[in-house]
Design a protein around this ligand. Structure first.
Ligand code: MN
Length: 728
């Protein structure tokens, strides 16, 4: 028995009668008349159109519908498959379809049309925007995406008729968008087929070489598969296990992926064959595994139990690789018939069960809902794209809780991600974790099989840095929500204070004015609903008091200089406090510390504009280093302190620059002039002659900030004799 794969080949001679026959074969209660009516409707609408192949257009929707039958989708989906291009191409309105074929069919067709209109562009940003829309379309009814996948399947199957550019573009888009979707929905039959088609158009050399190599050994291979199946069957019979055994060469794309991952050539790839053993129940799966492992030597590290711990897309199976007959490495998958149904058809398999069990609707999936939630919380499209791509990646890790529960997280997830997967509150208060009994920091990357216990503290709160630590969309969403709330609260508090301070001048308070409805005009003109919202907007500087006050009823507005009204910004306050306490200007401001001695690290000598970090030194106050300085990395974390440049500081900083030149007479004075012409003071200069008629100079100059340094360097660089200029 070979290849049990669903055959998605283009069927050029398919008719509606044949389609109806297939529908009735799997569902005797299917409505033949309705299907035919649907077909006639579509055929009439597409009558003037042709496919790129020259065929009548209707062959396309007919094949799409046939794919949906193969995936065992419900009648609504099959009808939508027949009609999927009518709204887009034939001026049919969604209302027409709803009137003729019902609301559900119309909705699926409308969803497909929406996705078709998405113009996938090469620019990441716009592609992300489109992907976002696609997720939205999918969230309403998952059948939309299954019809769309069937549509794409047929288009990929008939891609040889379009131009080369179009082939490449379609194949890339399929690989980027549709393959991950099929994978995430667990429709592995569609995923495998699409991947192979993409390989054929994106890397034709590899594809045809693989095809040739595999077919060269075809007779030999078929013989080997047959012999192996017989051997396995015999072994199973010995233990009186009943199972169905099949064998096939692996998908090209999975071979290609292995080749490029391991950086090896085709000849070095050993396991090209995959066998599948289907049983009636789970107990027999493990029994089969026992038989296989005692009959053949298992390859260490290749056994995976996706029955005990299913993949996020609900895939269940046992995987093992063994040394088969003739010392060939073969991969064996063992699962029940039911699991196989889910493995091939994924989420589509549920519609079949749905007819029996109406209580289990799966129109929506949890991860789609989570994506939707995330969608509302991100500001940049490319960020959204990253998250979607990550979430579609089914390669997960399995983590155990101390109680023995299993959670699946995506690959690369950290201890903090795990904390958020337990509960938002646990995440927000997470201070660390114990992995397999050992203390680890928040950013610790978890491995499959780790047992993780989260450590929390009531005083802990999320910070911006956490966004860099987390890899799961759930954690990122929750942290952002928290940070937004904190920011909003701060703006609210600021705004409240600013507004009341301004109103004090008129002898009233915001509360009083609100009671008398005096903000009515303000709300109307700024589209605001509550006093709190107004205060937040004032606090965030979105609205200016000078624009608001004239509109407040019950006060007699007088124009005042802005400084009197606007509260000092937080940063300004710090600057002032620092100056006051130190009694003089200081180049660096240290958060939260008033009276402290600050010195610049001699190793890196940072100047304003450089990213900096401070370290508390025993007895000597604080030393400031450039963030990239090697000394900065050697200091333990607990001694770090946030520092920032004082924008009001105007003294000059010494900095050394090294200049390499061709050795020409008078060059030193020429460079010096260039520097001083820019208004820069030179404190010292050192010159040295190098071999090959070259000279090396080090100048100690005084600059106010980073941009002044850059200006000086670029002025020197522009001199004809100069080879290089760098900071020393
Ligand atoms: Mn189509």
């Amino acid at each position: 028995m070979f290849s049990e794969r669903i055959d998605f080949s283009h069927e050029p001679n398919l008719t509606i009668d044949e389609l109806v026959r297939r529908v009735l074969a799997s569902n005797p209660e299917g409505d033949a008349e309705l299907l035919k009516k649907c077909y006639e409707f579509a055929e009439l609408k597409h009558i003037k159109q042709k496919r790129s192949s020259g065929e009548a257009y209707i062959i396309h929707p007919l094949n799409v519908a046939a794919t949906l039958v193969k995936l065992k989708m419900d009648l609504d989906s099959i009808m939508a498959g027949l009609l999927h291009d009518t709204v887009e191409d034939c001026d049919v309105s969604p209302e027409d379809i709803e009137k003729e074929f019902g609301k559900s069919v119309a909705q699926i067709v409308v969803g497909c049309t929406k996705i078709s209109k998405i113009k996938f562009k090469s620019k990441e940003e716009s592609q992300a925007e489109n992907f976002r829309k696609m997720v939205v379309a999918m969230a309403q009814d998952l059948r939309v995406i299954i019809v769309k996948l069937s549509d794409r399947m047929h288009n990929m199957r008939t891609l040889q008729y379009v131009s080369k550019e179009k082939q490449m573009a379609k194949a890339q888009e399929t690989l980027d968008i549709y393959v991950p979707l099929a994978s995430r929905l667990g429709i592995n039959s569609v995923k495998g087929e699409l991947e192979d088609l993409c390989l054929r158009y994106l890397h034709p050399d590899t594809y045809y070489r693989l095809a040739e190599k595999i077919s060269m050994k075809r007779t030999e291979r078929d013989g080997y598969i047959r012999d192996t199946i017989d051997t396995v069957q015999e072994k199973l019979m010995e233990y009186s296990v009943q199972a169905e055994v099949t064998g096939r060469p692996k998908h090209f794309y999975s071979i290609y992926k292995k080749m490029s991952q391991r950086g090896v050539d085709f000849d070095q790839i050993q396991d090209l064959l995959a066998f599948r053993i289907l049983t009636n129940n789970i107990t027999e799966c493990y029994k089969v595994l026992g038989v296989i492992h005692s009959a053949f030597t298992p390859v260490p590290g290749r056994f995976k139990d996706y029955i005990a711990i299913p993949k996020v897309n609900n895939y269940q199976s046992l995987h093992t690789t063994v040394i088969g007959p003739g010392a060939e490495r073969i991969e064996i998958q063992i699962r029940t018939f039911e699991m196989h149904e889910v493995a091939e058809r994924g989420v589509a398999a549920h519609w079949k069960y749905k007819e029996r069990d109406k209580t289990a609707p799966v129109n929506k999936l949890k991860w789609v809902e989570e994506l939707m939630e995330f969608n509302q919380n991100v500001t940049s499209s490319s960020e959204f794209m990253d998250v979607v791509k990550n979430d579609l990646d089914v390669g997960g890790i399995f983590i155990f809780t101390p109680a023995g529960d299993v959670k699946e997280l995506r690959y690369g997830a950290t201890a903090l991600d795990f904390a958020y997967s337990v509960h938002t509150q646990v995440g927000n208060q997470c201070v660390g974790a114990k992995v397999n009994g050992k203390m680890v920091p928040l950013k610790y990357r978890l491995k499959s099989g780790d047992t993780v216990e989260v450590l929390t503290s009531k005083t802990q709160v999320p910070s911006k840095d956490w966004l860099k630590i987390c890899k799961t969309s759930r954690a990122i969403t929750k942290i952002k929500q928290y940070l937004q709330k904190v920011e909003r609260d701060k703006h609210h508090e600021d705004g409240e204070q600013m507004l009341d301070q301004a109103l004090k001048r008129y002898g009233t308070t915001a509360k009083n004015i609100e009671k008398q409805g005096g903000f009515h005009n303000v709300y109307d003109s700024f589209h605001i609903k509550t006093l709190e919202e107004l205060q937040v907007n004032i606090g965030s500087r979105m609205h200016n008091l000078r624009d608001i006050l004239p509109k407040v009823m019950g006060i007699d507005y007088v124009e005042v200089p802005q400084e009197e009204v606007v509260k000092e910004s937080y940063a300004d306050q710090i600057v002032k406090n620092a100056r006051r306490s130190l009694g003089r200007d200081n180049a660096v401001i240290v958060d939260g510390l008033d009276d402290v001695q600050v010195r610049m690290g001699r190793c890196c000598n940072p100047i304003p504009g450089d990213p900096i970090i401070g370290f508390i030194t025993r007895g000597r106050g604080i030393t400031v280093h450039a963030v990239g300085c090697h000394r900065a990395h050697e200091v333990e974390n607990s001694r770090r302190i946030d520092v920032q440049w004082n924008k009001g500081y105007a003294f000059a900083h010494p900095v050394n620059i090294r200049v390499m030149t061709h050795d020409k007479p008078g060059i030193l004075s020429k460079i010096s002039k260039t520097i001083t012409n820019g208004g820069i003071n030179i404190r010292a200069a050192m010159a040295r002659s190098l071999p090959d008629q070259k000279g090396s100079f080090v100048f100690e100059i005084e600059v106010k900030n980073y941009s002044e340094l850059l200006k000086t360097i670029s002025a020197i660089e522009q001199m004809e004799e100069v080879i290089t200029v760098s900071r020393a």
